[in-house]
Design a protein around this ligand. Structure first.
Ligand code: CTP
Ligand code: MG
Length: 236
């Protein structure tokens, strides 16, 4: 168990975990968020990490028809609120934000259930960053060479200077991101919540992500992230 955040940083921090996808690329008998990994459903791991950090309530967006499975996956955890998600991730986030409104937390962490291994350090850094900016996201620098290609042919190199891979959780002041998602409704599909926030004028800070936060997308990812590998931390 990780120590809870100090009261000064955890007060008023709620979470949204989006787990309402179909997991089509991963396949399997159940959507990937309910698949077992390290002895528990994938979804349970990040919910546990949030709860251990003192984050509450935790609103979990789930697919309609999976209420019993989700409740079972999260059994014994306190302050869980289940809501049905939408057709897109963005819609699932917005519906969860609407459900959080009555709780009026100061801050909210928005996280993919598909990223089960959530280090307490990342939660702490994100919440700390919110003191200076209305939004903060975990990123890792791109280290591979990057090229633009067209129809299977290399066109040209792209400088990786200033390029980052973006992870979740993404942290925001609650009222700001709720307003941003309401304003974005009906616009094109957003890449992530930071894009929605930035479109509404929010400044978004970058904090150091973690390789452990990588997303389970394909069935093989479930096997790969269960390896006991650990990566060195890379500075921004
Ligand atoms: N998600 C969601 N609601 C949706 C779509 C996605 O809550 N309508 C969630 C997923 O459950 C996942 C996260 O958003 O935790 C990231 O999405 P992704 O990895 O694309 O998951 P899926 O959409 O489920 O997978 P796929 O695209 O392969 O069908
Ligand atoms: Mg998807």
């Amino acid at each position: 168990m990780t120590a809870p955040l100090p009261p000064s940083t955890s007060a008023g921090v709620a979470a949204i975990i989006v787990a309402a996808g179909k997991g089509l690329r991963a396949g399997g008998e159940v959507p990937k968020q309910f698949a077992r990994w390290r002895g528990a459903p994938l979804l349970r791991h990040s919910a546990q990490a949030m709860a251990a950090a003192g984050v509450a309530p935790i609103v979990v967006a789930i697919p309609a028809g999976w209420d019993d499975v989700a409740a079972q996956a999260l059994s014994g955890l306190d302050q869980i609120v289940l809501v049905h998600g939408g057709e897109t991730r963005q819609e699932s986030v917005r519906l969860a934000l609407e459900a959080l409104e009555e709780h009026r937390p100061a801050n909210v962490l928005i996280h993919d259930a598909a990223r089960p291994d959530l280090p307490a350090r990342v939660i702490r850094d994100l919440v700390t960053a919110l003191a200076a900016k209305p939004g903060a996201i975990p990123v890792l620098p791109v280290v591979d060479s990057v090229v633009r290609g067209d129809e299977g042919v290399r066109v040209k190199s792209v400088s990786r200077d200033g390029l980052y891979r973006v992870q979740t959780p993404q942290a925001f002041r609650f009222a700001d991101i709720l307003a941003a998602h309401r304003a974005w409704q009906g616009v094109a599909d957003a890449g992530d919540d930071a894009e929605v926030g930035q479109a509404a004028g929010l400044a978004i800070g970058l904090v150091q992500g973690d390789e452990r936060l990588r997303k389970v997308t394909f069935a093989t990812d479930l096997e790969e992230i269960s390896l006991p590998e650990r990566y060195p931390r890379t500075g921004l």
